[in-house]
Write a protein that binds this ligand. Structure first.
Ligand code: 5GP
Ligand code: MG
Length: 496
């Protein structure tokens, strides 16, 4: 979800960011939904825990009692955002059996951490209240919003989610048979959406299938939807299938109903970075188990760029799966010489370079006894800005490593992402206009190699989804769809 600069000073109804100070949160979030399930708020809470890696900034759950929507949101990790009383309060609606639920974990790397930014967003249709949660980024919301405003519509918040609500209201007013389908057909970009109505839940996925979204069934009856299968596992739901790109699935008292608002794009554009970094290794994403894919990427990397060294050390936690594959393929000793402190938040999201450095030191301890005098291969999943990697390499060197051979299980990230991952403006990407040799020098390592794009695509393409169905824009600069000019303007205004 992306926010707009505020244009009208009106009370805010739903979550909103990107206020007058021009923040523009870009989000890659986790969503969950359920209908006809026992204790929906508690199940949503567990599901959000399982999806915590998709967003740590805020969390929210909304339930319906068959009429209105009741919502609780809070800042930070799920464990902090909800108290037992909050859950009991949500569970108490509708005489102790709420009908349906939607929930959301928010990840935002550039926007301010504000309570108003938390989702689900609550809005009003003619038929009543709805709660929407969204994972992705729309690339034409500015243009849609401009048109709606010119037609006299007033916006209460700055979110692109409200644009969607407004489009649905407009379609409904104009007598469309299927207002949601009509609204979705006008959107461009990445979205995995869950929408709670008083009598059903609707979940939808953009025609390119950028972000994952799956359906599960509870053994006791009722259906759920979640960003990743790992959420189904923790609540004991059986995996049914993915939501198809271009499909709306309704979860209601009749079970599960399907309709299309668009044909699936050909080719599709599944985000390859879900496999590289973002999704849980325990999930099945786009038909492949993430852990297995990452191990294959590590094996491939070992074949493409071997290193003459004494041992492989994973960069925890994100580099561990690829490091396992690398060591196996290279028949090298594998040792955990870098120990993470699990209680420190993700360093990537700290706003200034200096703060990131301090957070990196707090986050990792290097075991001198393991690394001193050794030639080590360090395997990590990706380098974005290079700031934390540089600090980590300094730390490993200071702990006594003789040689550091850094291996990265994806290609250099040279282009921004407009579809939900916070890969910043070109200038802030360390690989932008730098050769691998220049990056090596900057990071202070003895050798540096990235996985090739062909290698990455071939390995992800071994799953049921062919490699042509992946979006690799951050590596290749080939965008499946171009953001409209207004989107560029919004993004660029942040940099000036
Ligand atoms: P950098 O050196 O670019 O500052 O940080 C690289 C590290 O950031 C890698 O270990 C990688 O796992 C992690 N990373 C890559 N993409 C993301 C992201 O979108 N969010 C967060 N929190 N970390 C990321
Ligand atoms: Mg990492």
């Amino acid at each position: 979800m992306r926010d707009f600069p505020t244009r009208v000073a009106l009370p805010v109804l739903g979550p909103c960011g990107g206020g007058p100070d021009g923040d523009q949160p870009k989000e890659k979030c986790g969503v969950f939904a359920g209908w006809g399930i026992a204790q929906p708020a508690h199940l949503a809470y567990l599901a959000l825990f399982a999806l915590q890696h998709r967003g740590q900034e805020s969390a929210g759950i909304a339930v319906t009692d068959g009429q209105g929507v009741h919502r609780h949101t809070g800042m930070g990790l799920v464990s902090r955002a909800f108290s037992e009383e909050d859950l009991v309060g949500l569970e108490a609606v509708a005489g102790g059996s709420p009908l349906g639920v939607v929930a959301h974990n928010r990840y935002s790397t550039t926007g301010a951490s504000r309570p108003e930014n938390a989702q689900p967003f609550v809005g009003h249709f003619r038929e009543g209240q709805v709660a929407i949660a969204h994972n992705g980024n729309l690339v034409n919301a500015s243009a849609l919003r401009d048109r709606l405003e010119q037609e006299g519509r007033v916006f209460y918040s700055t979110t692109d989610t409200e644009v969607l609500l407004s489009l649905v209201a407009e379609a409904s007013h104009e007598g469309a048979d299927d207002p949601l389908a009509a609204a979705l057909a006008a959107l461009r970009g990445a979205y995995s959406l869950v929408i709670l109505h008083h009598d059903r839940v609707e979940v939808a996925r953009d025609p390119h299938g950028w972000r994952p979204l799956v359906i599960g069934k509870m053994p006791s009856g009722g259906y759920v939807a979640a960003s990743e299968t790992v959420a189904l596992d923790v609540i004991g739901a059986d995996f049914v299938r993915e939501v198809e790109p271009g499909e709306i699935v309704t979860l209601c008292n009749e079970g599960m109903l399907s309709r299309r608002f668009a044909a699936a794009a050909t080719p599709m554009a599944h985000c390859v970075f879900e496999h590289v970094y973002f999704a849980s290794p325990a999930s099945v994403v786009f038909g492949s188990t993430v852990q297995s894919v990452r191990e294959r990427l590590g094996e491939r990397l070992a074949r493409e760029s071997p290193a003459d060294a004494d041992m492989v050390i994973p960069m925890p936690d994100s580099g561990r799966s690829a490091a396992t594959g690398f060591a196996r393929e290279a028949r090298m000793r594998y040792s955990e010489g870098i120990i993470p402190n699990r209680y420190v938040g993700r360093t990537f999201i700290k706003p200034t370079g200096a703060e990131r450095h301090a957070a990196v030191r707090l986050k990792l301890n290097i075991i001198s006894e393991i690394v001193t005098g050794q030639r080590i291969v360090i395997v990590d999943d990706s380098i974005v800005r290079g700031t934390t990697t540089r600090a980590k390499m300094d730390q490993v060197r200071a702990a006594g490593a003789k040689e550091i051979h850094l291996r990265i299980s994806c290609p250099p990230i040279r282009h921004p992402c407009y579809f939900g991952v916070d890969f910043p403006d070109r200038e802030n990407l360390v690989a932008h206009e730098r050769s691998v040799e220049e990056i090596r020098k900057l990071l202070g390592v003895d050798s540096l190699a990235y996985l090739s794009l062909e290698g990455l695509l071939e390995e992800v393409g071994r799953g049921p989804v062919g490699s042509e169905h992946y979006c690799t824009a951050c590596y290749s600069g080939k965008y499946p769809i171009e953001p409209d000019p207004l989107f560029h303007k919004d993004v660029m205004s942040k940099n000036c």
